[in-house]
Each structure stands twice: as C-alpha cells, then as structure tokens.
Design a protein around this ligand. Structure first.
Ligand SMILES: NC(=O)c1ccc[n+]([C@@H]2O[C@H](COP(=O)([O-])OP(=O)(O)OC[C@H]3O[C@@H](n4cnc5c(N)ncnc54)[C@H](OP(=O)(O)O)[C@@H]3O)[C@@H](O)[C@H]2O)c1
Length: 274
C-alpha cells in the first residue's frame, strides 16, 4: 500500500501531502469513495460543510477500522455561517456529522470580503484550536490582502491556505507570500477538474514516463511543494492518483509546465464571491 509523505505545518502538526477530496460527491456515495481511498492508502480526507457529505466521510472512517490518529480530516466553515457564535455552532454541527471529537484542520471556506466577517470568524477558529477541537486552523481562497489583514488583526498565522492551483493557474504571488510567512499551500482542483490533462507538455511528459497525464500533474504539485487533494469516484483513478512516487520530473519538464500558467480559473473569483 502506498502512503504519501508529510508536510509539517507551522504549529508542528504533520499533514499528508497528498489527500482525497470529496467535492460534488453525493453523501450516499461518499462512504464508498472514501472507503476506496482509505483502502488504497490515503490518510487525509478533505470535505466541507457545504458539500453535504460530512456524514458519508464519517461513516467511511468509522467503518474503515483505520485508527483515528493515522487520519487527517479537514472540513470547512461555509460562508453563511461566518461570525463568531455562528462559526462555533457550525463547527459543532460539522463534528456531529463527522462523528468525531476533533478535526485535524478547520478552514474558513471563502473570505467573502463583502460580508466583512472573516476576522471575527477566525477568532472563533482560534478558540476551537485552543480548546483542542482542531489540531490546526487555516483559510481557503484567501488572497494576499485578506491574509495580511487576518495576520494583523488575529494572533494565529493560518497553517494552510487552500486555493485553486494547477498548471493553468500557478499562483506565484500567493505561493511566495505563503513561503515568506510559513503558510502551507494546498491546491484545490489540482487537476483543474480535467482541463489541463490534454495540454501538450503534460501528455509529452506522461508518454516519456509511462504514466498518465493526471499522474504528471500530481507529481508536479508534489515537486513544487504543494499539498494536493485530487477527487475521484473511480476506484482505478483513486489508486492511480496516489501512485505518483515512482518517477520524477526533470528541470525541463518543470520549465515546460511553468509555461502552461494562463490565469485559468475553474472556480469563482475569491474577491467577488460573497
Ligand atoms: N476550498 C475550495 O473552495 C474548494 C473548491 C473546489 C474543490 N476543493 C477541494 O479540492 C478537491 C479536488 O478538486 P475538484 O474535485 O474540484 O477537482 P480535481 O481533483 O482537479 O478533478 C476531479 C475531476 O477529475 C477527474 N479525475 C480524477 N482523477 C483522474 C485521473 N486520474 N484521470 C482523469 N481524470 C481524473 C474526476 O473524475 P471521476 O470522479 O469521475 O473519476 C473529476 O471529474 C475537491 O474534491 C475538494 O475537496 C476545494
């Protein structure tokens, strides 16, 4: 069974660099998909309140027999639940659905700047952290100005910023800011939901290494230092996406992939989603 290497977050907590995402998986199909992932060797699962499948994730964990301490479970606070008290209530609801007494990482899902509540919301996450109900806290879809304000007005540097990131949207400025401040970069839609898998450089490198385009893209993330959480409901792909430790991209490969950066967003713009 393959297992992923770990990244050490800024509070010392270790997080698998490759995990399993469950966005758009219906709750009644989630336990099966997560079960396949746990059997294949994934130990990190990424869900969110708004995905509506925290119960399915919890069921798979309970049925798997994998010791809790071997797992890394992330969930996220939805936009409508921002605010100090609302966030504490939403966290309780997520834990109850997951059937867990703590999560490993709790994230604010979007900054939703027009609501102007993310600083207050993050203070609730700091309370959850200090109560030991999340081992690490962080954010998702935060841009540099949102991160700067959060760091000026609260006491905990986010452990992670989970953002859209793939060869079509390489996020150089954000990654540099993260590196400067000790924030781990986690890539969502790491395969751009399939939109980069036919790019010429990707297919060339895949053929040269006898691997699939998805494996090339995931290998690129790992060599770039990103945490990745590819999603699949297809058992063969679930296994394939974890089987990315038997080859290495060359400097030329990395340069060819760098040239694919083109501002390709598959999801919303964090500055305007509210
Ligand atoms: N924080 C946020 O705002 C945010 C936003 C979006 C996503 N996320 C997280 O990031 C995770 C991943 O993102 P995502 O689900 O949007 O997209 P993704 O992982 O980039 O792509 C998933 C798509 O690629 C297909 N796929 C998976 N493995 C493949 C392979 N080896 N070869 C060919 N196709 C493959 C899947 O198909 P099948 O499933 O049919 O196999 C699915 O259609 C999510 O599940 C979620 O946990 C977070």
């Amino acid at each position: 069974m393959t297992s992923a290497p770990h990244i050490t977050l800024n509070n010392g907590v270790r997080m698998p660099q490759l995990g399993f995402g469950v966005f758009q998986v219906p709750d009644d199909e989630t336990a099966a998909a997560v079960g396949h992932a746990l059997d294949a060797g994934y130990r990190s699962i990424d869900t969110a309140a708004v995905y509506g499948n925290e119960r399915g994730v919890g069921r798979a964990i309970a049925d798997s027999g994998v010791p809790r301490e071997e797992l890394f479970v992330t969930t996220k606070l939805w936009n409508a639940d921002q605010g100090y008290d609302q966030a504490l209530d939403a966290f309780d609801a997520s834990l109850a659905k997951l059937g867990l007494d703590h999560v490993d990482l709790y994230l604010i899902h979007w900054p939703t700047p027009a609501r102007d509540l993310y600083v207050e919301t993050y203070k609730a996450l700091e309370k959850i952290l200090s109560d030991g109900r999340a081992r690490a806290i962080g954010v998702s879809n935060f841009q540099v100005p949102h991160l700067r304000r959060l760091m000026q007005q609260t006491g905990t540097v986010p452990a992670v910023n989970q953002v859209e990131l793939h060869p079509g949207l390489q996020q150089a400025e954000l990654r540099a800011f993260h590196a400067e401040h000790g924030i781990a970069t986690e890539a969502w839609s790491p395969l751009a939901q399939g939109a980069v898998l036919e790019d010429g450089a990707i297919t060339r490198i895949a053929q040269a290494n006898g691997v699939t385009p998805a494996q090339v893209v995931l290998r690129w993330h790992l060599q770039t230092g990103n945490i990745v959480i590819p999603k699949s409901v297809t058992p063969a792909r679930i296994r394939q996406n974890l089987d990315v430790f038997g080859f290495e991209l060359t400097g030329t490969d990395l340069a060819d992939i760098a040239a694919l950066d083109r501002g390709l967003r598959t999801g919303p713009d964090p500055d305007t989603l509210n």
